[in-house]
Design a protein around this ligand. Structure first.
Ligand code: AHG
Ligand code: MN
Ligand code: MN
Length: 345
């Protein structure tokens, strides 16, 4: 049992205490992060009763901008986060997986609002109706346009330019994990007091691991070097502790979170059907890449670090290999060798 006298550090308190380390600290980013924390609690309330309340279970009958079926909770979470960001007064616009285009908030009179947010409001939506962990992913940038309504360029920045990123996992407990470029910290929601409390200070990815996460049903559609890497994971080798365990939840946030605690790699490679894989650079890959690097892990497109990719459109996709550094290095090495081999043919 936890010591009731131990001082709890709430998310809001932690954000304020660490404000001095924020880039361009002025209290505005703190306010934005706190509002994201509040929206997370509201979405969590609905996620928790998803099995009970039929009006938030199931499909909307509509599709999002990538042509994917929208669940009611996708739309609910999207609306909640957009509203929270709009009223925060610290965000001048938002782009989300569920909206075709970015949304520019009305400029506030006399205030030059600095930040924009890229958002996957509900990650792993295929798992909503089956009571399996889902998440929310966010990414915060300073706008590059100077004033007035935000512009497309504000959203199409390289992941390297992120000032903060994080995710919420609605799991057996609900957690918010975030970075402002000064390490990664995790907070667990204590439902009895309605606060996110610091539970995982200075999160670190183990440098190596024994878990690989990939939709192995696509095996035959993966490029040859990826099939070889999966064969490598399943091969017996005492020295490296193989075969590795295969774990795939189907919610990137949940697979990533488990791997960050236990050590592992998550992959969404290209397939014969989707040349750039499935995952979105702005809404999923960049924010988790920032967290991975800040926790001592690695995130690669197979060729370059995810955060060095130059986005050209909001809903752009990229292959991704993310997790424990040694494991990501190994995939990159196999991809590189295959390329050299091809060049020699
Ligand atoms: P979203 O629910 O935001 O569309 O994201 C789902 C993503 C990711 O979370 C998950 O790992 C992956 O899609 C699963 O895709 P497959 O079913 O193709 O494996
Ligand atoms: Mn997602
Ligand atoms: Mn989503």
């Amino acid at each position: 049992m936890s010591n009731p006298l131990k001082k709890l550090i709430t998310l809001d308190e932690f954000i304020i205490r660490n404000e001095k380390d924020f880039p361009f600290a002025s209290g505005e980013l703190s306010g934005l992060l706190r509002d994201i924390g509040l929206a997370a609690k509201i979405v969590n309330r609905e996620v928790n009763k998803a099995g009970l309340v039929t009006d938030i279970q199931g499909i909307m009958g509509s599709t999002n901008s990538s042509g994917e079926e929208q669940k009611k909770l996708d739309v609910y979470a999207n609306d909640m986060f957009i509203n929270a960001l709009r009223v925060s007064g610290e965000c001048c616009g938002v782009a989300t997986e569920e909206n075709d285009d970015y949304i520019a908030f009305e400029p506030l009179p006399g205030k030059n609002v600095k930040y924009i947010v890229n958002l996957d409001p509900l990650d792993g939506s295929g798992n909503i109706d089956v009571n399996v962990s889902i998440g929310t992913i966010f990414s915060i940038f300073r706008r590059v346009s100077l004033s007035g309504p935000c512009t497309r360029e504000d959203f199409l920045q390289k992941g390297r330019e992120q000032v903060a990123a994080g995710y919420i996992i609605y799991g057996s407990s609900t957690m918010l994990v975030y970075t402002t470029g000064n390490g990664v910290n995790g907070f667990t929601l204590d439902p009895s007091i309605g606060e996110f409390c610091l539970s995982h200070p200075n999160f670190k990815f183990p440098s190596n691991g024994k878990i690989y996460s990939v939709n192995q049903g696509n095996f035959l559609k993966f490029p040859e070097p990826i099939r070889r890497y999966i064969d490598y994971c399943t091969a017996e080798d005492k020295a490296t502790g193989r075969p590795y365990s295969f774990r795939y939840i189907g919610s990137m946030v949940a697979d990533f979170h488990r791997n960050m605690i236990q050590g592992g790699i998550y992959m969404y490679p290209p397939t014969t059907k989707q040349a750039k894989g499935k995952l979105r650079l702005l809404f999923e890959c960049n924010p988790l890449a920032f967290i991975a690097e800040q926790a001592g892990g690695k995130a690669s497109s197979g060729e370059v670090p995810i955060m060095d990719l130059e986005p050209t459109e909001l809903h752009e996709r990229t292959p991704i290999y993310i997790g424990s550094t040694d494991m990501v290095d190994k995939v990159e090495e196999m991809l590189r060798k295959a390329k050299v081999g091809e060049a020699l043919l």
